[in-house]
Design a protein. Structure first.
Length: 459
């Protein structure tokens, strides 16, 4: 197997430690079998998320030293504003401290109770911000996107007929915006094609519905378009990115992903009237419009990170690095979402643990096993994250996909780290029938997977 070649040298290292098995057992029990509640210093390989966990470049660190911490009108804001305009083409920019703040400000302004927001598949915080207002988060991914074993180059695509059906059912006036997540995180980190972006944009234009991207991983999506869409195989990624955004009215971004920073986000728009409305709420919740909850140095690191992420050598390495882990798991007979996504490898838990029903959270059972066996932290994207009880009937509705995501921080782990992860999963696979299910002891009303407490139960 060809090894992914890092287009960078390592200047600074951070020690990590594998605590012993007895300590891991004690910690997972004290955490209520919830890996979010384990102290990070007791994690050996942390694949919980690729959000805010990237290693910044020397160019970004140099920018940190040039932070203008003026309350209003920081030069770093203007650099970020010009960078976003150059890359994405949007005239108006509102910085936020992270992506979910951007979601909250946007949805609090444009949504009302009873509205419907179509998406390919909403991720957890997006869904929660929609539902908190009393609106409906409607998933419209193509059918192939719901079958992990199916090979399709753009499984993140939105199904145009499902969108049209939603418009016919609810009416355009009840759909304040249509959003597409790039790449489709809840569906296995799968990309969206340019053809699909154009198609969804046309439908939105026909019905005068604003079209937005959840663009946290826009650069990875653009690189997949270059790799898999024949029309763009000789097109520079920067040009692909610019065309992608030309079809949208705006976007919100968790810059902790493809912004290559540890904190930050933004909303970018074409519409000045909407910009003014959002700006008023931003001042109330985040801060002055030229800092939006970030220090000047953070704004500068983000402006530079958006430039870094479009380097094609980096993007080639990023996709190959993730694929390396995915291919190791395929070779070991471990079922994963195919084709391999850009930022993470997703284990198909229904196939990996068919003996544990979704009512007993099999994805969470696997995350517990990963920590017990190897000090590895992944995240469940399945029943614990998305299952919901019908308030009238009391019946539980479970997601079609039951996944465990191994999200790979950018420029952080080496090939040997990923090889270790594959070895641990192979060891778990040999004894998978010994894994126990879980039941909830405590759950909050929203985003329960972050703070829930669980207990192991016998099958």
């Amino acid at each position: 197997m060809n090894l992914p070649l890092e287009p960078f040298r390592i200047k600074t290292v951070e020690p990590i430690h594998l605590v012993d098995r007895q300590t891991r057992e004690k910690l997972i029990r004290e955490a209520g079998f919830n890996v979010f509640r384990i102290p990070a210093e007791s994690i050996f390989i942390d694949l919980l998320t690729d959000s805010g966990t990237s290693a910044m470049s020397d160019y970004q660190w140099a920018g940190i030293m040039m932070g203008d911490e003026s309350y209003a009108g920081s030069r770093n804001f203007y650099h970020l504003q010009e960078t976003v305009k150059q890359i994405m083409g949007f005239e108006f920019l509102l910085p936020t401290h992270q992506g979910r703040a951007a979601e909250n400000i946007l949805f609090s302004t444009v949504l009302k109770k009873g509205d419907v927001v179509p998406n390919n598949i909403h991720f957890d915080t997006t869904r929660a911000n929609v539902e908190y207002i009393g609106a409906t988060a409607l998933d419209c991914v193509i059918d192939e996107g719901l079958h992990p074993e199916v090979e399709h180059p753009f499984k993140g695509n939105m199904d145009a007929e499902k969108l049209n059906a939603a418009i016919r059912k609810y009416g355009a006036e009840q759909i304040p915006l249509v959003s597409v997540t790039l790449t489709n995180n809840s569906g296995g980190g799968q990309p969206v094609s340019m053809e699909n972006i154009r198609q969804i944009s046309r439908i939105c234009r026909e019905h005068s519905i604003p079209f937005f991207f959840d663009a946290a991983r826009f650069a990875e999506n653009a690189y997949f378009i270059k790799l898999r869409e024949k029309e763009f195989q000789n097109t520079p990624v920067k040009e692909i990115v610019r065309e992608m955004f030309s079809y949208a009215d705006g976007c919100w971004v968790s810059a902790k992903k493809d912004g290559l920073v540890n904190i930050g986000g933004f909303i970018a728009l074409k519409d000045e009237a909407l910009f003014q409305k959002l700006q008023n709420l931003l001042i109330l919740r985040e801060g002055f419009p030229t800092y939006g909850g970030l220090a000047g140095r953070d704004l500068e690191a983000l402006a530079r990170g958006l430039q870094d992420v479009l380097q094609e050598e980096y993007l080639h390495y990023r996709i190959e690095h993730t694929a390396y882990l995915g291919n190791l798991l395929i070779d070991a007979g471990i079922p994963i979402v195919k084709p391999i996504g850009g930022h993470a490898v997703y284990i198909d838990v229904k196939k990996f643990l068919p003996n544990i029903p979704q009512s007993m959270f099999p994805g969470q059972a696997l995350t517990v096993a990963l920590y017990r066996e190897g000090g590895i932290r992944g995240v469940e994207i399945g029943s614990l994250m998305f299952a919901a009880k019908d308030p009238q009937t009391g019946e539980w509705h479970y997601p079609e996909l039951e996944l465990v995501r191994l999200a790979i921080p950018r420029r952080v782990y080496t090939v040997s780290h990923l090889t270790y992860v594959a070895e641990i999963l192979s060891a778990i696979a040999k004894n998978r029938n010994q894994l126990k299910g879980l039941r909830l002891v405590y759950e909050p009303p929203f985003l329960r997977h972050f703070t829930a407490i669980l207990k192991e139960v016998e099958l």
